[in-house]
Design a protein around this ligand. Structure first.
Ligand SMILES: C[S@@+](CC[C@H](N)C(=O)[O-])C[C@H]1O[C@@H](n2cnc3c(N)ncnc32)[C@H](O)[C@@H]1O
Length: 374
């Protein structure tokens, strides 16, 4: 069985390591993701436990695609009732990433797939093409350099939607990006973790999940993944894999996790979110300015997503970056540090000797992860 896990281009290496952790060695790197071969049981485990993947797809067919006639021909070879169930609406999502594929015409590609599915033999009626339906099954065609990879999205809602997020903060990180930052910083749960600018708590909640070996999607409800609505879904195997993952969660942390923010309103959001994520009891919360932070233990890892200039104002941001640099040098010299900052942030004011800088994207904003290893 062949699958694709997608992720931002910048974090393909992190995702690759996660797949290796699941025992998946046979990987092909793509521009924004990784194709891999694995059995159903491991694939189910991947759906529930990958921290940095955005989406997952089961590959149906890969073929060269010089023209639209070839697409019609290839589609005839697919037995759609092996993949889709009658009652579930579907949509078609072509990803045409070069001129050659765009010239095939998006509308013609969609029409070809819809015709192929709706004229296929199904026990009852064929599934309905309905892009406006609630969570339709998405047939994805990734076409580039004359090659078409036709897959079915098996995640449903994007995988960063863990289910615990609350509103109430204007600048939240995606959960998948927070997990990538922690893994890039080498966090394993063996050392104290502090986020002194925790905002809505994304970093510390993801950290608690890593430290507890807790699968990030384990609390999604029944029927929440698209794969649960596809032909051939094995409910017993899915339950067994879910139970195994629950059993592998550690009961206690090996090192404490601390979170604070200057704004008590955000600390409350972080606390409430961590309660929904069922990790609240593992995290120490407080409200204080970073300028007054003291290391809770002699060593540890400080991870923070620093405020952005647009919201705060250039003059204030300069002073804040100087303050942050001073506190780190005076108080946290025995700690490892990982700071996520916008590409255009005044990082020279931090006066930190970084061991590594990783370019990332926070949504549409180019950012940098500054790592100082102690
Ligand atoms: C970019 S946001 C962090 C968002 C967070 N990573 C999340 O996913 O929700 C930066 C946070 O820094 C906090 N902050 C700003 N100045 C601060 C200071 N001097 N001390 C502590 N926190 C501060 C803000 O209240 C804000 O919540």
């Amino acid at each position: 069985m062949r699958w694709i896990a997608t992720c931002p281009h910048e974090t393909v290496d992190v995702l690759s390591q996660e797949l290796i952790g699941l025992g998946i060695q046979n990987q092909t790197r793509l521009h924004r993701g990784i194709a891999f071969d694995t059995d159903l049981e491991t694939a189910y485990r991947a759906h529930l436990s990958l921290r940095t993947a955005s989406r997952l797809q089961r590959i149906v067919r890969e073929f060269s695609l010089p023209d639209i006639e070839t697409l019609h021909h290839e589609l005839k070879n697919i037995v759609w009732s092996d993949w889709l169930r009658s009652h579930r609406p579907f949509t078609v999502t072509p990803a045409l990433t070069d001129l050659q594929s765009q010239n095939l015409g998006e509308a013609k590609i969609i029409e070809a797939v819809v015709d192929s599915i709706q004229s296929s033999a199904f026990e009852k009626k064929p599934p309905l093409f309905d892009p406006e339906a609630d969570n339709p099954i998405s047939i994805v065609l990734f076409i580039r350099n004359g090659i078409c990879v036709l897959g079915i999205d098996t995640a449903g809602r994007a995988l960063h939607k863990r289910g615990w997020r609350l509103t109430g903060h204007p600048a939240v990180l995606k959960e998948t990006l927070a997990a990538s930052i922690l893994l890039l910083a080498g966090y394993t749960g063996e050392e104290t973790l502090l986020d002194p600018m925790c905002g809505s708590g994304t970093i510390i909640i993801e950290a608690a999940y890593i430290a507890l070996n807790k699968a990030p999607l384990i609390h999604r409800g029944k029927d929440d993944f698209s794969l649960e609505h596809l032909a051939g879904f094995d409910r017993n195997l899915w339950r067994r894999v879910s139970d195994q993952l629950r059993a592998q969660k550690k009961a206690e942390l090996r090192a404490p996790i601390y979170a604070s923010d200057i704004n008590p309103k955000y600390v409350k959001v972080a606390q409430d979110s961590s309660l929904r994520a069922r990790v609240e009891k593992y995290i120490h919360f407080s409200s204080q300015p970073f300028q007054q932070c003291h290391p809770p233990t002699p060593r540890g890892l400080l991870v923070a997503n620093l405020p952005y200039g647009e919201r705060i104002g250039a003059g204030i941001i300069d002073t804040l970056y100087q303050d942050i640099g001073n506190v780190i040098q005076k108080q946290f010299s025995n700690w490892s540090i990982a700071l996520l900052v916008p590409q255009n942030a005044p990082i020279h004011l931090l006066k930190l000797k970084t061991t590594q800088q990783v370019d990332l994207m926070n949504g549409a904003l180019p950012v940098k992860l500054l790592i100082v290893k102690c």
